[in-house]
Design a protein around this ligand. Structure first.
Ligand code: IMP
Ligand code: MG
Length: 198
């Protein structure tokens, strides 16, 4: 990370956020392009966008306002109750309400990391017999993959850093930051140690 990106971290956050990985401008430009690709592929059919809570909030809002297509939107709540930065056991906190049978579905998540989340959610969606399912993630951390899974649309390929902001959290914090930043390792190390002591 160069010092330029470090100095652009707002002063209030400098003890927690090491650097800005993706700026607001870069996010806005890339998401517009991504939406264009999705629009071309989905034209001619009403689509159902299924978004995973809660990390997708900002990405989703920016993505779908560029999709000039008829669409319906629904959410699946999925939480991994793990300590620190590792995804633990997955728990469904909200089920899909919209009927996706014979529909074209776009499944949206914030980040594809180990792949455990999408490999649990995809079979659940497939069982509802949609016409097709495409997956879209803002970030892809390919180095961490455990499951054999790829996303059809990827905003950015990123290295193995724990990132926060633009919807992504650490312990439910930092979702409101308008950029994607790298979390200072000392933040999650402190939390993991607290958890280990319990
Ligand atoms: P996976 O199941 O390991 O692919 O991880 C997917 C979920 O883990 C994402 O939807 C995020 O909620 C969370 N996650 C993985 N990596 C990060 C990260 O760097 N920052 C914030 N959340 C992450
Ligand atoms: Mg999360």
């Amino acid at each position: 990370m160069n010092s330029k990106s470090n100095t652009s971290v707002p002063p209030r956050l400098r003890a927690e956020v090491e650097s800005i990985l993706i700026t607001e401008d870069q996010l806005a430009r890339r998401i517009k392009v991504l939406a264009g690709e999705i629009e071309d592929d989905f034209r001619g059919h009403e689509m159902v966008v299924v978004s995973l809570l809660s990390g997708t909030v900002m990405f989703l809002a920016d993505l779908i306002r560029h999709l000039n297509l008829p669409l319906r939107l629904d959410f699946i709540g999925v939480s991994s109750y793990g300590a620190g930065t590792e995804s633990g056991e997955l728990v469904f906190t909200k089920e899909l309400r919209i009927d996706v049978r014979n529909r074209d579905v776009l499944l949206v998540d914030d980040i594809l990391d180990t792949g455990k989340t999408l490999s649990r959610v995809l079979p659940k969606l497939k069982a509802l017999k949609p016409r097709r399912i495409k997956t879209c993630v803002l970030l892809n951390k390919a180095a961490r993959r455990v499951e054999n899974i790829k996303a059809d649309y990827v905003g950015f390929e990123i290295p193995d850093f724990f990132v926060i902001g633009y919807g992504l959290d650490f312990a439910e914090r930092y979702r409101n930051l308008p950029f994607v930043g790298v979390l200072h390792p000392h933040i999650y190390k402190e939390v993991s140690q607290q958890v280990l002591k319990k």
